[in-house]
Design a protein around this ligand. Structure first.
Ligand SMILES: [Zn+2]
Length: 289
C-alpha cells in the first residue's frame, strides 16, 4: 500500500501474509452461498479475485507516524511460535522484520505498539525469541493493551483456555519486562489518536481513531474480518466471542460511517477504503489507488 497521508500523519502497512487460507464462507458462518453471490456485483477485483472467486484478505501491521509517535498497530503472527501445528501460523520463519526494515523502520524507531485485541494474529511480533526467552521485539516501545481485553485473556490463560499459549509467549513477557500499559478503552494517545471501545469480537476489542485537519481514519481491527460484512453487518466471524454484541457494534459502526469521509483500515481487509451507501445499501469502496 502506498502510505496514506493525513496532514502531518502517515499510515503505512507491512504485510506478513498476503492471502487468507480461509474461505469466506468458513470465516463467516452466518453467510450463505446465495447471499455471498448477491454481494458480488460491488466487490471489485481489489476485494475479490475474479480468477478464483476468493475474497482477498491479508494479515498486516499498520505503521502510523504522528509528530509525536511511531506506532505499530497489531503485530501479526510472529516467528518461532508453536501454534499446535496450525498452518500458516505454526513455527513461522517469515521475513516480517526484513520487510519492516525495507519500509524504512528499525525496531528501535517504534515507541508505541498497540493491539486492537489479543488474538493470535494480532500479538505475534510483540515478542521475538532470543535464546530460550521471549523478549519485546521493539526495544524502546511501550505496549498499549486495553485493560478489559488484557484482564479477560489473563483469566482465560490461567484457566487454560487461551489457545496456543499465546498469552504466555506474546503478552505476559511484555508485562514482565515492565513495558505494558494497561489503559481504558477510550484512552487518548495523543492529539491525533484515541482508542474507542468496539466490543463483541472480543470483550475488550478497541478501534483506534485518527483525527487530523486533513481527514479522519479509523483502525478497526477485527470488528469486520471481510469487506462483505460492511453490507452484511449481521454476519459474525467464527472468532467473535459475543455474537449479539459483535453484531450491534458492527451495525452501529457501519451506520455511523456510511457516506462519511472516514478511511477505514481493517486488520485483514486487503486495501483501505470508505463505507458508502448508495440507495441506502452499505458497501466498502476501496480508496482510489
Ligand atoms: Zn480477532
Amino acid at each position: 500500500m502506498t502510505p496514506l497521508k493525513f496532514a502531518d500523519v502517515t499510515v503505512g502497512k507491512v504485510i506478513e501474509l498476503d492471502r487468507s487460507a480461509t474461505p469466506v464462507g468458513f470465516m463467516l458462518p452466518d453467510a450463505t452461498p446465495e447471499r455471498i453471490a448477491a454481494q458480488r456485483e460491488w466487490l471489485g477485483p481489489e476485494l475479490l479475485d475474479p480468477a478464483t472467486g476468493n475474497h482477498r484478505a491479508t494479515i498486516h501491521s499498520y505503521i502510523v507516524r504522528t509528530p509525536w509517535h511511531t506506532i505499530v498497530i497489531d503485530t501479526c503472527v510472529g516467528n518461532d511460535k508453536p501454534r499446535n501445528g496450525v498452518q500458516p501460523w505454526h513455527m513461522r520463519s517469515g521475513p516480517f522484520m526484513a520487510d519492516l526494515s525495507a519500509s524504512g523502520l528499525k525496531p528501535e524507531d517504534v515507541d508505541l505498539v498497540l493491539c486492537t485485541h489479543l488474538h493470535v494474529d494480532h500479538v505475534g511480533w510483540n515478542t521475538r525469541l532470543v535464546g530460550a526467552r521471549w523478549v519485546p521485539t521493539f526495544p524502546r516501545a511501550k505496549y498499549i493493551f486495553a485493560r478489559d481485553e488484557f484482564e479477560f485473556w489473563k483469566k482465560e490463560s490461567e484457566a487454560g483456555r487461551a489457545e496456543y499459549g499465546l498469552i504466555d509467549d506474546s503478552v505476559l513477557p511484555i508485562v514482565r519486562a515492565g513495558v505494558a500499559e494497561l489503559v481504558p478503552s477510550d484512552y487518548v494517545i495523543d492529539d491525533r489518536l484515541q482508542l474507542e471501545p468496539s466490543p463483541g469480537h472480543t470483550p475488550g476489542h478497541v478501534n483506534v481513531r485518527l483525527r487530523t485537519k486533513a481527514g479522519e481514519a479509523v483502525f478497526t481491527g477485527d470488528m469486520m474480518h471481510r469487506p462483505i460484512q460492511v453490507a452484511e453487518t449481521d454476519w459474525n466471524s467464527r472468532f467473535c466471542s459475543d455474537g449479539p454484541l459483535a453484531r450491534k457494534t458492527r451495525r452501529a459502526f457501519v451506520e455511523k460511517h456510511a457516506d462519511a469521509d472516514v478511511t477505514v483500515l481493517a486488520a485483514h481487509f486487503p486495501v483501505p477504503g470508505r463505507i458508502v451507501a448508495p440507495g441506502g445499501k452499505a458497501r466498502f469502496l476501496p480508496l482510489a489507488p
